[in-house]
Design a protein around this ligand. Structure first.
Ligand code: ZN
Length: 140
């Protein structure tokens, strides 16, 4: 187990741009504001998305296309460092017009509207390195 106590830094609210890609938008904001560690949440609506499900046996993401429009019911995740740059790890729950949910790792999504909250955390950054057991890039 890796445990570190961090201090709260800046709290940032942002309205993301129509038709922008949501993961790139969060990553770009983290780079511009120099956030190395943090958590975030977002709500809004997406025009379409790609969700991922990590297959633990094959160590590959199964990619699921979500043809929108969908509500971004919940998007939550964290920011840490991978390859020397801010790396965003987002998960999302998306609802269709019947209110049915699909969820998973959020690979990408085209924004219809999105309101983002980032909480910066100050302290020793979490660096992602390849983990041979899971084949994922995990905190070290
Ligand atoms: Zn994930």
């Amino acid at each position: 187990m890796i445990i570190r106590e961090l201090e709260r830094g800046r709290s940032i609210l942002a309205r993301l741009d129509f038709s922008a890609e949501i993961v790139e938008s969060i990553t770009s904001l983290a780079e511009k504001t120099d956030i190395k560690v943090g958590t975030f949440s977002a709500i809004g609506a997406l025009q379409q998305a790609e969700l991922g499900y990590y297959e633990q046996d094959s160590h590959q993401y199964k990619v699921m296309e979500v043809d929108g429009p969908v509500e971004l019911v919940s998007c939550t995740g964290n920011i840490s460092i991978r390859d020397g740059k801010p790396f965003v790890h987002p998960h999302a729950s998306l609802a269709n017009s019947d209110g049915n949910l699909r969820g998973g790792h959020l690979h990408s999504g085209t924004i219809f509207a999105a309101e983002l909250y980032i909480q910066e955390l100050k302290g020793e950054p979490f660096i992602r390195i390849h983990d041979p057991i899971t084949d994922l890039y995990l905190w070290s």
